[in-house]
Write a protein of this length. Sequence first.
Length: 303
Amino acid sequence: MINNTGDVKSVFSIKDLENLSGIKAHTIRIWEKRYNVLEPMRSDTNIRVYNLVNLQKLLNITLLHDFGYKISKIATYPEDDIPRLVREIITVKSTKNHAISAFKMAMMNFDQELFFSTYYQLLSEKSFKEVFYEVFIPLMTEMGFLWQSHTISPAHEHFISYLIKQKLLINTEKLQVLRPIKTDKVFVLSLPMNEMHELGLMYLNYETLLHGYKTIYLGESVPIESLTDLKSHFESIVFVSYLTVQPDKDSINEYVAEMIRQLHGEKIELWYIGRMVEFINIKNFGNSIKTFNSIPELVNEIQ
Protein backbone atom coordinates (compact mmCIF):
# COMPACT_ATOMS: atom_id res chain seq x y z
CA MET A 1 0.00 0.00 0.00
CA ILE A 2 1.23 3.50 -0.74
CA ASN A 3 0.57 6.86 0.88
CA ASN A 4 0.73 10.37 -0.56
CA THR A 5 4.49 10.57 -0.15
CA GLY A 6 5.03 7.31 -2.01
CA ASP A 7 6.22 5.38 1.07
CA VAL A 8 5.21 1.73 1.43
CA LYS A 9 2.83 1.43 4.38
CA SER A 10 2.64 -1.38 6.89
CA VAL A 11 -0.93 -0.61 7.99
CA PHE A 12 -4.08 -1.42 6.06
CA SER A 13 -7.72 -0.44 5.92
CA ILE A 14 -10.48 -3.00 6.25
CA LYS A 15 -11.03 -2.65 2.48
CA ASP A 16 -7.39 -3.65 1.93
CA LEU A 17 -7.96 -6.73 4.10
CA GLU A 18 -11.02 -7.58 2.02
CA ASN A 19 -9.02 -7.28 -1.20
CA LEU A 20 -6.14 -9.40 0.09
CA SER A 21 -8.16 -12.13 1.82
CA GLY A 22 -11.31 -12.33 -0.30
CA ILE A 23 -13.42 -12.02 2.89
CA LYS A 24 -16.01 -9.22 2.73
CA ALA A 25 -15.37 -6.24 5.01
CA HIS A 26 -18.80 -6.76 6.60
CA THR A 27 -17.85 -10.35 7.52
CA ILE A 28 -14.46 -9.25 8.89
CA ARG A 29 -16.22 -6.73 11.14
CA ILE A 30 -18.60 -9.43 12.42
CA TRP A 31 -15.69 -11.82 13.11
CA GLU A 32 -13.83 -9.05 14.87
CA LYS A 33 -16.77 -7.89 17.00
CA ARG A 34 -18.28 -11.29 17.80
CA TYR A 35 -15.16 -13.44 18.09
CA ASN A 36 -12.34 -10.94 18.70
CA VAL A 37 -10.15 -12.66 16.08
CA LEU A 38 -8.32 -9.45 15.09
CA GLU A 39 -6.95 -6.58 17.15
CA PRO A 40 -7.10 -3.44 15.03
CA MET A 41 -5.39 -0.23 15.95
CA ARG A 42 -6.96 3.21 15.69
CA SER A 43 -5.78 5.99 13.42
CA ASP A 44 -5.55 9.62 14.54
CA THR A 45 -9.09 10.06 13.24
CA ASN A 46 -10.28 6.98 15.19
CA ILE A 47 -10.59 4.74 12.12
CA ARG A 48 -9.72 1.04 12.45
CA VAL A 49 -6.41 0.13 10.80
CA TYR A 50 -4.62 -3.22 10.67
CA ASN A 51 -0.95 -4.20 10.71
CA LEU A 52 0.87 -7.06 8.95
CA VAL A 53 0.31 -9.37 11.95
CA ASN A 54 -3.46 -8.87 11.57
CA LEU A 55 -3.19 -9.50 7.83
CA GLN A 56 -1.22 -12.71 8.29
CA LYS A 57 -3.66 -13.97 10.92
CA LEU A 58 -6.64 -13.20 8.69
CA LEU A 59 -5.07 -15.06 5.74
CA ASN A 60 -4.50 -18.09 7.98
CA ILE A 61 -8.04 -17.91 9.37
CA THR A 62 -9.38 -17.65 5.82
CA LEU A 63 -7.56 -20.85 4.84
CA LEU A 64 -8.92 -22.72 7.87
CA HIS A 65 -12.41 -21.37 7.21
CA ASP A 66 -12.23 -22.47 3.54
CA PHE A 67 -11.18 -25.90 4.75
CA GLY A 68 -14.34 -26.26 6.86
CA TYR A 69 -13.35 -24.88 10.26
CA LYS A 70 -16.06 -22.74 11.84
CA ILE A 71 -15.02 -19.24 12.84
CA SER A 72 -16.49 -19.79 16.33
CA LYS A 73 -14.10 -22.75 16.76
CA ILE A 74 -11.08 -20.94 15.30
CA ALA A 75 -11.65 -18.09 17.75
CA THR A 76 -11.10 -20.45 20.70
CA TYR A 77 -7.63 -21.57 19.55
CA PRO A 78 -4.52 -20.12 21.21
CA GLU A 79 -2.70 -17.63 18.98
CA ASP A 80 0.20 -19.98 18.18
CA ASP A 81 -2.11 -22.87 17.23
CA ILE A 82 -3.51 -21.22 14.10
CA PRO A 83 -0.27 -21.24 12.02
CA ARG A 84 0.40 -24.80 13.21
CA LEU A 85 -3.06 -25.97 12.12
CA VAL A 86 -2.57 -24.32 8.75
CA ARG A 87 0.69 -26.24 8.24
CA GLU A 88 -0.97 -29.51 9.27
CA ILE A 89 -3.91 -29.25 6.89
CA ILE A 90 -1.93 -28.27 3.82
CA THR A 91 -2.92 -31.08 1.49
CA VAL A 92 -3.20 -31.40 -2.28
CA LYS A 93 -6.63 -29.81 -1.94
CA SER A 94 -5.44 -26.70 -0.15
CA THR A 95 -1.89 -26.25 -1.44
CA LYS A 96 -2.89 -23.70 -4.08
CA ASN A 97 -4.74 -21.41 -1.66
CA HIS A 98 -2.05 -21.70 0.99
CA ALA A 99 0.71 -20.95 -1.51
CA ILE A 100 -1.08 -17.88 -2.86
CA SER A 101 -1.59 -16.60 0.69
CA ALA A 102 2.08 -17.28 1.50
CA PHE A 103 3.24 -15.48 -1.64
CA LYS A 104 1.02 -12.52 -0.74
CA MET A 105 2.62 -12.35 2.69
CA ALA A 106 6.08 -12.63 1.12
CA MET A 107 5.13 -9.71 -1.11
CA MET A 108 3.73 -7.54 1.68
CA ASN A 109 6.78 -8.20 3.91
CA PHE A 110 9.36 -8.16 1.07
CA ASP A 111 10.30 -11.61 2.39
CA GLN A 112 12.48 -13.53 -0.11
CA GLU A 113 12.96 -16.45 2.27
CA LEU A 114 9.20 -17.05 2.51
CA PHE A 115 8.90 -16.85 -1.29
CA PHE A 116 11.63 -19.44 -1.82
CA SER A 117 10.45 -21.85 0.89
CA THR A 118 6.89 -21.74 -0.48
CA TYR A 119 8.09 -22.18 -4.06
CA TYR A 120 10.33 -25.17 -3.30
CA GLN A 121 7.58 -26.81 -1.24
CA LEU A 122 5.30 -26.51 -4.27
CA LEU A 123 8.01 -27.83 -6.57
CA SER A 124 8.40 -30.93 -4.39
CA GLU A 125 4.79 -31.83 -5.25
CA LYS A 126 4.20 -30.33 -8.71
CA SER A 127 5.97 -29.64 -11.99
CA PHE A 128 7.04 -26.09 -12.79
CA LYS A 129 4.27 -25.91 -15.39
CA GLU A 130 1.67 -26.88 -12.76
CA VAL A 131 3.07 -24.31 -10.31
CA PHE A 132 2.82 -21.59 -12.93
CA TYR A 133 -0.72 -22.50 -14.07
CA GLU A 134 -2.21 -23.25 -10.67
CA VAL A 135 -0.47 -20.65 -8.51
CA PHE A 136 1.49 -17.98 -10.38
CA ILE A 137 -1.18 -17.14 -12.98
CA PRO A 138 -3.94 -16.69 -10.31
CA LEU A 139 -1.43 -14.75 -8.17
CA MET A 140 -0.58 -12.40 -11.06
CA THR A 141 -4.27 -11.89 -11.75
CA GLU A 142 -4.83 -10.94 -8.10
CA MET A 143 -1.76 -8.68 -8.15
CA GLY A 144 -3.28 -6.75 -11.05
CA PHE A 145 -6.47 -6.19 -9.06
CA LEU A 146 -4.59 -5.29 -5.87
CA TRP A 147 -2.46 -2.76 -7.76
CA GLN A 148 -5.49 -1.19 -9.44
CA SER A 149 -7.28 -0.87 -6.08
CA HIS A 150 -4.15 0.72 -4.49
CA THR A 151 -3.90 -2.10 -1.96
CA ILE A 152 -0.28 -2.73 -3.01
CA SER A 153 2.35 -0.36 -4.37
CA PRO A 154 4.54 -0.77 -7.47
CA ALA A 155 7.33 -1.80 -5.07
CA HIS A 156 5.32 -4.86 -3.97
CA GLU A 157 4.48 -5.80 -7.56
CA HIS A 158 8.08 -5.40 -8.77
CA PHE A 159 9.44 -7.41 -5.84
CA ILE A 160 7.27 -10.48 -6.43
CA SER A 161 7.42 -10.20 -10.25
CA TYR A 162 11.23 -10.23 -10.20
CA LEU A 163 11.30 -13.42 -8.10
CA ILE A 164 8.87 -15.16 -10.45
CA LYS A 165 10.96 -13.99 -13.43
CA GLN A 166 14.02 -15.60 -11.86
CA LYS A 167 12.24 -18.96 -11.74
CA LEU A 168 11.03 -18.57 -15.32
CA LEU A 169 14.55 -17.78 -16.56
CA ILE A 170 16.06 -20.79 -14.78
CA ASN A 171 13.48 -23.19 -16.26
CA THR A 172 13.65 -21.57 -19.70
CA GLU A 173 17.43 -21.90 -19.86
CA LYS A 174 17.14 -25.66 -19.37
CA LEU A 175 15.11 -25.81 -22.61
CA GLN A 176 17.16 -23.31 -24.60
CA VAL A 177 20.20 -25.59 -24.65
CA LEU A 178 18.16 -28.28 -26.45
CA ARG A 179 17.99 -28.42 -30.24
CA PRO A 180 14.48 -27.59 -31.56
CA ILE A 181 12.65 -30.70 -32.83
CA LYS A 182 10.07 -28.72 -34.85
CA THR A 183 11.46 -26.58 -37.65
CA ASP A 184 8.40 -25.63 -39.72
CA LYS A 185 8.12 -22.21 -38.02
CA VAL A 186 9.87 -19.86 -35.59
CA PHE A 187 8.11 -17.96 -32.79
CA VAL A 188 9.09 -14.32 -32.20
CA LEU A 189 7.83 -12.99 -28.86
CA SER A 190 7.73 -9.28 -28.06
CA LEU A 191 5.89 -6.50 -26.24
CA PRO A 192 4.82 -3.25 -27.93
CA MET A 193 6.35 0.12 -27.11
CA ASN A 194 5.87 1.23 -23.48
CA GLU A 195 4.54 -2.20 -22.46
CA MET A 196 6.52 -3.41 -19.44
CA HIS A 197 4.45 -6.39 -18.18
CA GLU A 198 6.70 -9.23 -19.25
CA LEU A 199 5.81 -12.26 -17.11
CA GLY A 200 3.09 -13.65 -19.37
CA LEU A 201 5.29 -13.36 -22.46
CA MET A 202 8.19 -15.02 -20.64
CA TYR A 203 5.98 -17.96 -19.75
CA LEU A 204 4.78 -18.29 -23.36
CA ASN A 205 8.44 -18.43 -24.39
CA TYR A 206 8.95 -21.30 -21.94
CA GLU A 207 5.88 -23.16 -23.24
CA THR A 208 6.87 -22.70 -26.89
CA LEU A 209 10.34 -24.11 -26.20
CA LEU A 210 8.70 -26.96 -24.28
CA HIS A 211 6.72 -27.76 -27.45
CA GLY A 212 9.98 -28.12 -29.37
CA TYR A 213 10.04 -24.88 -31.37
CA LYS A 214 12.80 -22.32 -31.82
CA THR A 215 11.94 -18.97 -30.21
CA ILE A 216 13.34 -15.48 -30.60
CA TYR A 217 12.55 -13.62 -27.39
CA LEU A 218 12.74 -9.83 -27.79
CA GLY A 219 10.95 -8.70 -24.61
CA GLU A 220 9.58 -5.27 -23.81
CA SER A 221 9.10 -2.08 -25.86
CA VAL A 222 9.90 -3.39 -29.35
CA PRO A 223 8.96 -1.07 -32.26
CA ILE A 224 7.16 -2.73 -35.19
CA GLU A 225 9.88 -1.76 -37.68
CA SER A 226 12.41 -3.77 -35.64
CA LEU A 227 10.28 -6.89 -36.12
CA THR A 228 10.62 -6.61 -39.90
CA ASP A 229 14.33 -7.50 -39.57
CA LEU A 230 13.33 -11.05 -38.62
CA LYS A 231 11.71 -11.65 -42.03
CA SER A 232 15.11 -11.68 -43.73
CA HIS A 233 16.32 -14.43 -41.38
CA PHE A 234 13.33 -16.79 -41.21
CA GLU A 235 10.75 -17.79 -43.80
CA SER A 236 7.89 -18.91 -41.56
CA ILE A 237 7.29 -16.81 -38.42
CA VAL A 238 4.64 -16.55 -35.73
CA PHE A 239 4.84 -13.10 -34.12
CA VAL A 240 3.37 -13.23 -30.60
CA SER A 241 2.45 -9.92 -28.93
CA TYR A 242 1.31 -9.68 -25.29
CA LEU A 243 -0.85 -6.56 -24.82
CA THR A 244 -1.53 -5.87 -21.13
CA VAL A 245 -1.88 -2.09 -21.04
CA GLN A 246 -0.40 -0.96 -24.37
CA PRO A 247 -1.44 0.05 -26.94
CA ASP A 248 -4.48 1.64 -25.26
CA LYS A 249 -8.00 0.90 -26.48
CA ASP A 250 -8.10 4.00 -28.68
CA SER A 251 -5.01 3.09 -30.67
CA ILE A 252 -4.87 -0.71 -30.57
CA ASN A 253 -6.68 -1.29 -33.88
CA GLU A 254 -4.37 1.16 -35.62
CA TYR A 255 -1.41 -0.70 -34.09
CA VAL A 256 -2.64 -4.09 -35.34
CA ALA A 257 -3.27 -2.65 -38.82
CA GLU A 258 0.29 -1.29 -38.90
CA MET A 259 1.71 -4.67 -37.88
CA ILE A 260 -0.23 -6.33 -40.69
CA ARG A 261 1.05 -3.73 -43.16
CA GLN A 262 4.69 -4.08 -42.16
CA LEU A 263 4.86 -7.80 -41.44
CA HIS A 264 2.42 -9.27 -43.97
CA GLY A 265 3.62 -12.43 -45.70
CA GLU A 266 2.40 -15.80 -46.94
CA LYS A 267 4.01 -17.66 -44.02
CA ILE A 268 3.64 -14.94 -41.39
CA GLU A 269 1.17 -15.26 -38.49
CA LEU A 270 0.26 -12.54 -35.99
CA TRP A 271 -0.96 -13.72 -32.58
CA TYR A 272 -2.26 -11.41 -29.85
CA ILE A 273 -2.97 -12.05 -26.18
CA GLY A 274 -3.53 -9.88 -23.09
CA ARG A 275 -6.17 -7.64 -21.56
CA MET A 276 -6.23 -5.18 -24.47
CA VAL A 277 -7.21 -7.91 -26.94
CA GLU A 278 -10.89 -7.33 -26.10
CA PHE A 279 -10.65 -3.94 -27.85
CA ILE A 280 -9.39 -5.40 -31.14
CA ASN A 281 -12.11 -5.29 -33.79
CA ILE A 282 -11.62 -8.77 -35.20
CA LYS A 283 -14.04 -8.18 -38.09
CA ASN A 284 -11.70 -5.54 -39.51
CA PHE A 285 -8.82 -7.96 -39.88
CA GLY A 286 -10.43 -11.23 -40.99
CA ASN A 287 -7.96 -14.13 -41.03
CA SER A 288 -4.92 -11.85 -40.82
CA ILE A 289 -4.59 -12.30 -37.04
CA LYS A 290 -5.42 -14.65 -34.18
CA THR A 291 -6.44 -13.47 -30.71
CA PHE A 292 -6.41 -15.43 -27.45
CA ASN A 293 -8.21 -14.76 -24.17
CA SER A 294 -5.86 -16.77 -21.94
CA ILE A 295 -2.43 -18.36 -21.77
CA PRO A 296 -3.85 -21.94 -21.83
CA GLU A 297 -5.87 -21.06 -24.97
CA LEU A 298 -2.74 -19.85 -26.78
CA VAL A 299 -0.63 -22.77 -25.56
CA ASN A 300 -3.22 -25.18 -27.00
CA GLU A 301 -2.70 -23.51 -30.39
CA ILE A 302 1.05 -24.22 -30.36
CA GLN A 303 1.27 -27.49 -32.25
